[in-house]
Design a protein around this ligand. Sequence first.
Ligand SMILES: [Fe+2]
Length: 410
Amino acid sequence: MAFPTTVKSRSQCRLVTHDWRGVGHHRSALPRGRRARHCNGPKVPQSLLLPLLLAAPVLLPVAVLLPVPLPAAVAATFSVVSLVEAALKQPPSQFNLARDFKRRYLERFIFSQPRLGAAIKCGARGALTALIWPRFVAPFRWHLRRLVVNIPHLPKSFQGFKILHLTDLHAGMTAANYLQRTLIAAMLEKPDLIAITGDLIDYRPAALSALDGLLPRLQAPAGVWMVFGNHDYHEYSWRHVGARSAHRTIHRRLRAKLQHAGVHVLCNASAAIRRGADSIYLVGLDELWTGRSDAAAAFAGVPPDATAFCLQHNPDAIDDLQAYPWDWMLCGHTHGGQVDLPVVGPLFVPIIHRKYLRGIFELADIRHAKRFALVSTGMGYGLPIRWFVRPESILITLRAGPAAYQWAAE
Ligand SMILES: [Fe+2]
């Protein structure tokens, strides 16, 4: 039990009490909401704020990119904001994080304060919220898009044939449970064929074990077909400069896993997909950045009048493939820019021809009026952040008719 014994001057606004042990305690004689406004003590303890403000521009982006769970990130966020708030409102001798966290978030979340403190608090909350959304929410807002495609010379047997286009899973970097969830949802559509356009794994050796939970889910009557992306080769990655032999080992193990899972890899090769007497062709080009792409070899076995789907990881190759007979080209690689802010524009554009960032592009055809190239935003991420660019997979349904396409309602 405490008894008031000493009242200090009005300017200090403190009531000193002593408990039964004789230990003195300070507490304000004013209502809580007006306490800080009337105190003459330093409102901003420089010793605490300065290191915090100096470290924030470095620590916050690092913290956002770390693969920590969402609840931990939210707790850390509010703890930091609470710390700043408490530091702004009290002299250092009165600062107590646990007490102030309780007061601010359980008793009075909104309270009056000096303008500077309010501005800093609002800015900190806004910035941290803006970082949490693209790190912990937006990268996982995957959706399945349905595309109906008309092809002039489509064989009758392939009317209604469904191709599931997957790209840029980046297994090992992208959250495994998220990828499994999306694949389960996509497989409910029962595609006839699955086409993967590269970056199945990321640069980490752990990616190979991540595939164990993914590859068995990929099943289609006409098979699973893929081409490699630059991350599948682990080359041209600044993180692994000087570790080429390790890359080759991982790539060999990746090929072995794909073979064991029954996934067909097209490296500058083509394959006929047959239904009765009819057939369409898949043409797969090897990776462009590593210098392995060879279009002449890839199209060598494709009849000029065949219906052909060209699988290519990097859309920079679209213009170079105009002379070859294909109807649709499926690409990935760009992730749609991953972050595409209004006014600012896309932040990550790893291609020369920036026009092929994402979407469907109409091109001239050497055989028919037109043909199309599709650049998907992909499912995963190289860096765990997305904003204004949703991850996607695309279910393509084939129809006979003049070259055209139509997105179906989701
Ligand atoms: Fe990628």
